[in-house]
Design a protein around this ligand. Sequence first.
Ligand SMILES: N[C@@H](CCC(=O)NCCCC(=O)O)C(=O)O
Length: 257
Amino acid sequence: MPGRASRPVIGVIANAFMINDTFPVSAAGEMNLQAVAKAADCLPLVIPALPEALSVPDLLDACDGFVFTGGRANVHPSHYGHDETEAHKPFDPKRDGVSLPLIRAAVEAGAPVLGICRGFQEMAVAFGATLHPEIRDLPGRMNHRMPPDGTVEEKFALRHKVEFLKGGEFHRILGVTEAMTNTLHGQGVMETGPRVVIEGTAPDGTPEALSIRDAPGFALGAQWHVEWMAWESAVGQAVYRAFGEAARARAARRLAA
Ligand SMILES: N[C@@H](CCC(=O)NCCCC(=O)O)C(=O)O
């Protein structure tokens, strides 16, 4: 079809930042963009954290699938019915304003959705879950935050095991019931809504992988950074291959319609 990209277009959700405390920008990490291009064989397109400039129907039309990336800022607790405290900060209301409505609409439309770290938490919240602001304060929980010092390779090193739900989507895609993962988050999913299926758990009980019950398309989230060198890791390759195939299938359906 003229004007149609040859590879599926994947909207990669940006975070809002300030450069030099002066210039507002929307930015998505290169690792997320590379993983979409190299491991899913799709075209990554950054979606700015500018809710007033975007419309959900336009995004569903422009993109074949969506990656909800990690981010230092946390989902505002008002989105899951909790009061704001110091422990919940920092926030990125512009990203909240794009990602939460887009996740709900994309899942219901059958557009492939992959949530990573903050994106995993957004998927959970979008479907009724709550978050805890600092899970290392909970009894029996380990510290899931990244090491404060060290190289980026040290920050993204594999640090704990995740056990996957037998017969779940992750188990089906990965073909294994456990894998080692990196871990770079302070918050965690607490109560799950009726549609949030926890498909992976860390040894301390922290939810690490999810799917959305009755989603008509690919709708998976990973609390760890599955994008990290995804094209070189068995888990990364499997997740992005499945995501890319789902995006190709949606693109083909839309072309035929
Ligand atoms: N803020 C949340 C989510 C953590 C997260 O996505 N970390 C990634 C940071 C690196 C990046 O900017 O991509 C939490 O702390 O739980």
